[in-house]
Design a protein around this ligand. Structure first.
Ligand code: ATP
Ligand code: MG
Length: 140
C-alpha cells in the first residue's frame, strides 16, 4: 500500500502527565512521519462535534468534559497503511485490554482517559485532518 495520512490527538491526560514526548517518540519509532503538529484546546462545541458519532452514548458528557479539560496535541501523520498501523500502536480503547508495548497499555489511565486518539477509517481521517489542518499545513 502507498503512503497514507491519518489524524491523531494526544489527549489532555497524557499532556498533563508529561507523556506527550514519549508518545511522539513511539510514533516516530513506528515509522510515522509528522506532517503537522499543534497544541490547542478544544471548546465544548468542538469536542461535541469531533465525537458526534458518540453523542447518544452514556459516556458522551463525561468524554466531552475530559477532552476539554486541558490542552491537547493534534497531529497529521503519514506512513504506509497509516490508519491501521496507528490503531495497532495505540492499542485497545480500554487499556486493560491493550497489548503489551502499545501506547495505551504504557500510558493510559482508564477506558476514558486513554491518552491518544486515532482515526478509524480513510473517510474519518480526511474529515478529522480537515477539522484541524489546512491544505498548506499538510504539504510538509
Ligand atoms: P478514539 O476515537 O478516541 O481514537 P477509540 O476509537 O478507541 O478511541 P471509541 O469507541 O471511538 O474508541 O470511543 C471514543 C472515546 O470515548 C474513547 O477513546 C474513550 O476516550 C471514550 N470512551 C469509549 N468508550 C467508553 C466507555 N465505555 N466509558 C468511558 N469512555 C469511553
Ligand atoms: Mg474512535
Amino acid at each position: 500500500m502507498s503512503q497514507q495520512r491519518t489524524f491523531s490527538i494526544i489527549k489532555p491526560d497524557a499532556v498533563k502527565t508529561g507523556h506527550a514526548g514519549d508518545i511522539i517518540a513511539l510514533l516516530e519509532k513506528a515509522g510515522f512521519k509528522i506532517l503537522a503538529l499543534r497544541m490547542t484546546r478544544l471548546t465544548e462545541k468542538q469536542a461535541q462535534g469531533f465525537y458526534a458519532v458518540h453523542r447518544e452514548k452514556g459516556f458522551f458528557p463525561s468524554l466531552v468534559r475530559f477532552m476539554t479539560e486541558g490542552p491537547i496535541i493534534v497531529m497529521a501523520l503519514e506512513r504506509e497503511s497509516a490508519i491501521q498501523k496507528l490503531r495497532e500502536v495505540m492499542g485497545a480503547t480500554n487499556p486493560a485490554n491493550a497489548a503489551e508495548g502499545t501506547i495505551r497499555k504504557s500510558f493510559a489511565e482508564s477506558i476514558e482517559r486513554n491518552c491518544i486518539h486515532g482515526s478509524d477509517a480513510p473517510e474519518t481521517a480526511e474529515v478529522e485532518l480537515r477539522y484541524f489542518f489546512s491544505t498548506l499545513d499538510l504539504q510538509n
